[in-house]
Design a protein around this ligand. Structure first.
Ligand code: GDP
Length: 265
């Protein structure tokens, strides 16, 4: 298989000097240092795992003979979805938001996993199911566009409403352009069905610090004022630099009940 890219594993990140390490593992905390003193940053640290939890999560995302990580199947309809046997998370977002890149980054320690992209316009978009050993499943949902096609809305709506084992939805938002009108399609669906979700800001390596801060603060305000089901802490990621990827693996492990509450190590 392919070699893992640099910084895909925590062991590589731990060799960096302290400030770069914080930037990779806790990108939001790195950003926090640029805020005016007195700004309320309580939501920046709600989920702040220690090294033991990060390592435990990484082990889940690292495949081996006794712990296979596989693409399972694709479905366009709920009756084609695999049985809801394991806790599940799903990833949703606009086309081009960086969803496939992020899922590839999450699974970079299981290089045999193929994250398929079906971008051909007019081609039916599918839900792709991945199985992580006997621990959880991860679903790559079709991306939505400026005009969300009806079949997309129907497919995603049915999934969100019916999937009993769905533990958390990860809503991806472009870190460069921030929350867009089309993202409201997803927000409204999640809010209407009362589905717990988290917002993930992608491509943070491409945003200047100022733009990133503006987008983070705007989205936090939006979440506070307009949502019930959204976790107040944003997750920032770069699939190129691996920032936030280790923390996101840890949150997925937590959300699927695979992170025993670990006390300070
Ligand atoms: P999807 O349509 O949501 O699956 O988006 P892709 O993962 O295919 O990404 C869309 C484009 O954004 C591609 O050109 C990627 O190379 C680029 N991209 C995705 N993630 C990142 C990132 O973290 N950093 C940078 N710089 N580019 C990214």
């Amino acid at each position: 298989g392919r070699a893992s890219p640099p910084l895909a594993a925590l062991s590589q990140v731990l060799r960096l000097e302290r400030s770069r390490r914080t930037g990779i593992v806790f990108p939001l905390q790195k950003l926090e240092r640029c805020l005016a003193p007195g700004t309320d940053t309580a939501q920046f640290r709600l989920f702040q795992p220690g090294l033991a939890a990060l390592q435990r999560a990484e082990a889940l995302f690292r495949s081996d003979r006794g712990h296979p990580i596989d693409y399972v199947s694709s479905a366009v309809r709920m009756d084609h979805a695999p049985p809801p046997a394991l806790p599940e998370v799903c990833f949703i977002g606009r086309s081009n938001v960086g969803k496939s890149s992020l899922i590839r980054a999450l699974f970079s320690l299981a290089p045999e996993v193929e994250v398929r992209v079906s971008k051909t316009p007019g081609h039916t978009k599918k839900m792709n199911f991945f199985k992580v050993g006997k621990y959880f499943t991860l679903v790559d949902m079709p991306g939505y566009g400026y005009r969300a096609p009806q079949d997309f809305v129907e497919m995603v709506e049915a999934y969100l409403q019916e999937r009993r084992n769905l533990k958390r939805t990860f809503l991806l938002v472009d870190g460069v352009v921030g929350l867009q009108k089309t993202d409201n399609i997803a927000v409204e669906m999640l809010e209407e069905f009362g589905i717990p979700y988290v917002m993930v800001l992608t491509k943070i390596d491409r945003a200047s610090r100022g733009v990133l801060l503006k987008n983070v603060l705007e989205i936090q305000e939006f979440v506070k004022e307009n949502t019930q089901g959204c976790f107040p802490q944003l997750f920032l990621v770069s699939s190129v630099e691996f920032s936030g990827v280790h923390l996101l693996r840890c949150f997925v492990a937590h959300a699927t009940g695979n992170l025993p509450t670990i006390q300070a190590s």
